[in-house]
Ligand binder design. Structure first.
Ligand SMILES: Cc1ncc(COP(=O)(O)O)c(C=O)c1O
Length: 367
């Protein structure tokens, strides 16, 4: 798809992923200001957009390096000139260690870990050439995904820090369970505990004689964790776009959502049903959080996508609404990060005017 820059979204072929550049810039600026006010470094998670262009905006607004999820994403951003990268994932494998070693020539690097066994696989290539890789210990503050429990963190930090070829930089966490809290107060409580538990672990490590340079929290709904004393870094990702889940969680309003999908109604086969040319390959099949509720909201209407197959998005038409074949609608997706990963490029718009093409350069870099 080659959109006509300077023309309107009516000229785009659908489905197309639109990013409102004005909303994007204001989201980027607001989170940068929150981090500045809290006195922490902002290291945005680039897995949300995977676009060097958007990462440049974040850097211009004051971001201090980037977080990524995979070594392959780190390689793309290093190629684009980003020289301070944290792979916020427990990377395991000597093949990855070798790729990290070659990345270390062009970027300040760190990698997450939650086991000595895993960390050793990365250490070998560094140790063999007399160098060391910075690792950051992942702590589980309640999400129950990866990470060492706080009470076992000191012991693991000592053992990881003693592996030749590794240097322990600090601790990090991700409170993904904030997405499951069904009240705003619940989200805020997760954020408070995220910051406090991680700060307590860092204090224990320091008391145990280990240097802790970085205490890194991060998710968009729980970004307030950055205000807890002792936290040094914050890694939100989704905030650049926001999505229907952030609206449902009370993180933002619909007006703060930058990413939408432009789709065409391709069939109105019966009363109460209209079908779009955007299915799971466009919208992803990620559920709405914190409670399930369809697969995308039609902007400005009450109807939403209730069923998905790969290329079809089936709207349950709300009472009083009418959809016509050929009509175009904009859909607010449940999870903007998953949508970006499904597309080669995002169309930057200002109002209805097409302004830019943003390449999703790190899409699909799962290794
Ligand atoms: C380890 C880690 N850090 C930071 C983030 C960013 O969180 P969010 O997208 O909610 O801002 C994520 C998201 O999945 C993550 O897994």
């Amino acid at each position: 798809m080659i959109p006509a820059i300077g023309r309107t979204i009516d000229d785009l072929s659908t489905p197309a992923v639109l990013v409102d550049l004005d909303v994007l810039e204001s989201n980027v600026g607001r989170m940068a200001a929150r981090a500045r006010d809290a006195g922490v470094r902002l290291r945005p998670h680039a897995k949300t957009h995977k676009c060097p262009e958007i990462a440049r905006l974040q850097r211009a607004a004051g971001a201090w390096g980037l977080s990524v999820a995979k070594v392959g994403e780190a390689e793309v951003f290093a190629d684009a000139g980003f020289d301070d990268l944290f792979v916020a994932f427990p990377v395991v494998g000597e093949d990855k260690g070798r790729r990290l070693l070659s990345l270390a020539d062009r970027a300040r690097l760190a990698v997450g870990t939650d086991s000595v066994e895993g960390a050793r696989t990365l250490a070998r290539p560094f140790r063999d050439v007399g160098r060391s890789l910075d690792v950051v210990l992942k702590v589980d503050v309640g999400y129950g995904r990866v990470g060492v429990l706080p009470e076992q963190a000191l012991d693991l930090a000592r053992r990881v820090g003693a592996v030749p070829g590794l240097h322990l930089r600090g601790v990090f966490t991700h409170a993904g369970h904030g997405y499951l809290a069904d009240t705003r107060a619940g989200v805020e409580e997760v954020a408070r505990l995220e910051g406090e538990r991680l700060a307590a672990v860092s204090a224990e490590l320091r008391a145990g004689g280990l240097p802790v340079e970085e205490v890194s929290v991060g998710s968009t709904p729980t970004a307030a964790a950055m205000r807890v004393s002792g936290v040094t870094e914050c890694r939100p990702g989704n905030y650049v776009f926001h999505d229907a889940s952030q609206v449902a969680l009370g993180t933002c309003s619909v007006a703060d959502c930058a990413l939408t999908i432009l789709a065409t109604v391709v069939s109105v086969p019966g009363a109460g049903r209209a079908v779009l040319d955007a299915g799971s390959k466009t919208l992803s099949s990620d559920p709405l959080r914190p409670r399930p509720g369809g697969y995308g909201q039609v902007l400005g209407r009450a109807s939403r996508v209730e069923k998905l197959s790969e290329e079809h998005g089936v709207l349950e038409v709300a009472e009083g609404e009418v959809f016509r074949v050929g009509e175009r609608v904009r859909i607010l997706p449940n999870h903007a990060c998953a949508v970006a990963n499904l597309h080669d490029c995002l169309v930057g718009v200002s109002g209805d005017r097409v302004e830019a093409l943003l390449e999703v350069a790190a899409r699909g870099k799962v290794r």
